[in-house]
Structure formats: C-alpha cells, structure tokens
Design a protein around this ligand. Structure first.
Ligand SMILES: O=C(O)c1cc(=O)[nH]c(=O)n1[C@@H]1O[C@H](COP(=O)(O)O)[C@@H](O)[C@H]1O
Length: 273
C-alpha cells in the first residue's frame, strides 16, 4: 500500500488526524530513565504503544537522534513501528535538500535504512533536488511550504509574480512536481490563514501541519482552515506537548502522553464535521 493510501486508511481506522512527533530530549526524560543506556528506545516505544490507536502517523525528527549519535536507536524504533504498527505511516522528518546525487543518498537513508513511508524535504534547491525521492513511487515526499516558525516569513512571504513564495511552492508541487501523486506539503498550524490559502490551491493533497501544542497553534482554526471536504487531509503534529506531558515526578509519562494525545485528537475531531 502506498503512503497516501496508508494515511487515508489510518485517518479512518483510528478516527484521527493526529501525528505524534518523536523528538527525544534526554534532559526531559523521566528520572527513572535518566542514565539508562536504552533510554531513547524505551521512551519512544512506550510513547508509541500508548498512542498508536490515537494517531494517523508517527514522525521521528532525525536531528534529535543524530545529535546524540543515536541513529541505531532510530533504526530500532522505525523497525518496531513498521512491524508492530504497519498500518500507521512512519514519517521521517529530515527536511533534506541537496543536489540530485546527494539527494539520492538521503532518499536511501530515509526509505531503505529507516523504512520510512514518507520524508520531509526542502524545496529551495528545486525539482532536481526532490526528484530522486520520487524513485520510491510508493513513498511520500512532504515538501516544506509555509513553515510554523515566525522566521519562515523571511523567505516564504517574498513576492513572486504577485503571490507570496509559499503559494508558488504549493502550486508548483500540486501542478508540476506531484507526477506520481505521492506529494504532500508542510504548513504550520501557527498560520491558519495561509493554511486555508494552501488548501484552496492544492485540493485534497495531504498536509503535514505542525505547531499545535508547544508552539501554541489554535486547533479549531487549524482544522477549519486545513480540512478537506471529507473532513480529513491533515497530519496535525504535536511532539513536546505529548512526549513531556507528565511532570518530572508523579504521573507515568506514557499514561500522560496518552491522555494529552487523546485530548488533542478529540479536540481536532470536534471541528472536522
Ligand atoms: O517538518 C516538520 O515537521 C516541521 C515543520 C515546521 O514548519 N515546523 C515544525 O515545528 N516542524 C517539526 O514539528 C515538530 C514540532 O514539535 P512541537 O513544537 O514540540 O510540537 C518538530 O519536530 C519540528 O521540527
């Protein structure tokens, strides 16, 4: 099953548009895991098990692993996800962008090494830097469009023929780059007006929408702006607000993550109809 079909099935099966981000930060781990050699894997597996019936996708952020030299642990976590929850799409957040030959290596890393169903990529270097990912026709290519950070406006709002650059990217991907129907776009939940603009340009193309939770994006505004006519079309990501929902001591971290994931999924669902 290709990425888009798998995502559509997960929206329905789990009645969820919530993407659970896996951004392991050792300094925020519960005290009983501090200093444990297998802390990253134990922590991420517990979060995955606690939220797998509430999520339409999982999104490990590669920098959180690479910074710790923990690529082997990321491999283990991806392997665990693919085997135990094969119906939930695995999105590798890598935001790569480089010349074609190098991009091919990044694609191998995402799709062959980690077995990701989809990967985030940066469009700044143009189509030949994104095309290598498309050789894996059953995988998703999720292109940055209107990112959730304030500084995204520095470039993404530049005027390109009377339209802001992010709209040009949305149109380019929807009309030219998406030859195999495998593309999606990143649009931040922190910018619901732009989210609505992108939705109007790209039809039912899936959108990865980070920025609810720790970044303060408004769930109602996000869902109303970004949903498709069918009330889906988005992977609304939350990472830190779910991962570190528990206070340092006290409530079990996985139970707390489940509680916040469920609240977030349900809050999203209230505005889908
Ligand atoms: O591509 C992304 O996932 C992404 C794009 C974007 O515009 N903004 C953004 O926050 N992200 C990622 O989404 C996650 C957001 O994490 P929280 O702010 O903790 O929910 C991080 O892993 C970011 O790297």
């Amino acid at each position: 099953m290709n990425f888009i079909d798998k995502l559509s099935a997960a929206w329905t099966t789990n009645n969820s548009l919530l993407c659970v981000g896996l951004d392991p930060d050792l300094s925020r781990f519960p005290s009983h895991l501090q200093g444990q050699p297998d802390a990253i894997v134990t922590f991420c597996k517990a979060i995955i098990d606690a939220t797998a019936d509430l999520a339409c996708a999982f999104k490990p952020q590669i920098a959180y692993f690479a910074a710790l030299g923990a690529e082997a642990q990321l491999e283990q976590i991806c392997h665990y996800l693919r085997n135990k929850y094969p119906h939930i799409p695995l999105v590798l957040d890598a935001k790569r962008g480089d010349i074609g030959a190098t991009a091919h290596q990044y694609a191998r890393e995402a799709f062959d090494r980690y077995g990701a169903d989809a990967v985030t990529v940066n469009p700044y270097m143009g189509f030949d830097s994104v095309e290598p990912y498309m050789e894996w026709a059953d995988r998703g290519v999720i292109v940055l469009c209107r990112t959730s950070n304030a500084g995204g406006s520095d470039l993404q709002f530049l005027d390109v023929g009377g339209k802001p650059l992010y709209q040009h990217v949305a149109r380019l991907v929807a009309e030219k780059w998406n030859r195999n129907g495998q593309c999606a776009l990143v649009v931040g939940a922190t910018f619901p007006e732009e989210l609505a603009q992108v939705r109007a340009i790209v039809g039912d193309m899936p959108l990865l929408v980070p920025g609810v939770g720790a970044q303060g994006g408004d769930v109602e505004a996000t869902v109303r702006a970004g949903k498709t006519a069918g009330g889906a079309g988005m992977m609304i990501n939350s990472s830190r607000a779910i991962l570190y929902a528990a206070p340092q001591a006290g409530e079990d971290f996985a139970a707390a993550a489940r509680r916040v994931a469920m609240e977030t999924r349900d809050a999203i669902n209230r505005f889908r109809g």
